[in-house]
Design a protein around this ligand. Structure first.
Ligand SMILES: [Fe+2]
Length: 216
């Protein structure tokens, strides 16, 4: 005897994003004077202070110590305030997407450092193991074509898929890297575990950035 089967009707189907990786991009305007002051400060430090680039993942260039945010210059105070607001907004969203409940009694500690890069300088793939949230503000970026390729332009920051086994059986055209070309007045924030690198650029000029960490 043949059993008669009725065709199942779909009751529900949902797709959700799980374990998201949050990249925040902020763009500021009316920052010409701030950016000039920050660029001059990092270049002054390059002449006067110790270069710790060799102790980091940076390839060439100048890397200040990690006490930049403790300095008294008005441009640093202003940048600290901007970063503070950005970190607060970022962690609100981060907790919403990553925590069963928001953590209580947060004491956020922040620190940062300045980097100057010139033609050929870069930064190999790395994470920031001593922090929870990291970010970077770009006061000075050389203009024009900076070499590299269309997909990986010179001077861009490049993030790699942080999911441990996501490359196991890649499908055709799978996105494994996300490239963000910087521009003056731009700030990005990301989880400190998110692997990233800086693609070396070609051409004249200085690429100045101020990187920061937040831990709590
Ligand atoms: Fe970094």
């Amino acid at each position: 005897m043949v059993r008669m089967l009725s065709k199942p009707k779909l009751k529900s189907s949902e797709v959700e994003v799980q374990f998201p990786t949050l990249l925040m991009t902020r763009k500021y305007q009316e920052v010409d004077a701030l950016n000039a002051a920050l660029g001059e400060l990092v270049t002054k430090l390059e002449k006067e202070a110790k270069n710790v680039a060799d102790e980091t993942t940076n390839i060439g260039g100048f890397h200040s110590d990690s006490k930049l945010m403790n300095r008294p210059e008005p441009e640093i105070l202003m940048l600290r305030e901007m970063i503070g607001v950005a970190v607060k907004e970022y962690i609100d969203r981060y907790f919403k997407d990553n925590c069963a409940e928001p953590p209580k009694d947060l004491k956020i500690r922040m620190w940062g450092w300045g980097i100057n890069m010139r033609e050929g300088d870069g930064n190999s793939q790395h994470v920031h193991p001593d922090a929870k949230i990291s970010g970077v503000y770009y006061p000075v970026i050389p203009s024009g074509q900076l070499g590299g390729s269309k997909a990986k332009p010179g001077g861009a920051i490049m993030f790699s898929d942080p999911r441990p086994r996501a490359h196991m059986n890649p499908v055709q055209n799978q996105i494994t890297e996300i490239v963000v070309p910087p521009e003056p007045g731009m700030m990005i924030l990301f989880p400190s575990y998110y692997e990233h690198a800086v693609i070396p650029f070609r051409g004249p000029g200085v690429r100045t950035c101020i990187a920061f960490n937040a831990h709590f």
